[in-house]
Ligand binder design. Structure first.
Ligand SMILES: [Zn+2]
Ligand SMILES: [Zn+2]
Length: 146
């Protein structure tokens, strides 16, 4: 497992993490990382592409995906599978859980004590090599109910 890089640290932390992995520090990678941080919410690769297109003209969706995957490997973003199909990337890398609207797909962070060790143990008992546990609650959000 890699050291967790605190996303809120200055950009040189990301540069150091890239170099440690033998990855090049490119303006493209730094810009995509910065944009995800600025968006400060759960975003799809398509949303990141839209947000960076001013600053990185001509950047492609596969490049954005590849960069987000690299950032995830480095611990700069977390991938959230909220069950709605699209993969979301989360700039908040501290352990937390999510609640997802079953109508509009809105994703909100929630903090609650969860026995992650028990989940991990159960996954191991099922024959998996668990990496982490996060919990998704499904329900209808307030705007959708009103
Ligand atoms: Zn909703
Ligand atoms: Zn989150």
């Amino acid at each position: 497992m890699s050291d967790v890089v605190d996303f809120k640290l200055p950009e040189d932390a990301l540069c150091a993490a890239l170099r440690e992995r033998g990855q090049r520090v490119t303006p493209q990678r730094l810009t995509i990382a910065r944009v995800v941080r600025e968006l400060d919410t759960h975003v799809t690769a398509e949303q990141v592409l839209t947000a960076v297109s001013d600053r990185l003209p001509g950047v492609s969706l596969p490049t954005v995906y590849a960069t987000l995957d690299l950032l995830e490997e480095l611990g700069s973003v977390r991938r959230v599978s909220a069950g709605g199909g699209a993969i979301l990337y989360d700039p908040r890398t501290h352990p937390h859980h999510h609640v997802v609207c079953t109508r509009c797909g809105r994703v909100t962070d929630i903090e609650a004590p969860v026995d992650e060790a028990a989940l991990i143990a159960a996954a191991r008992a099922a024959g998996y090599d668990p990496e982490r546990a996060d919990t998704v609650v499904h329900g209808v959000c307030a705007p959708c109910r009103s």
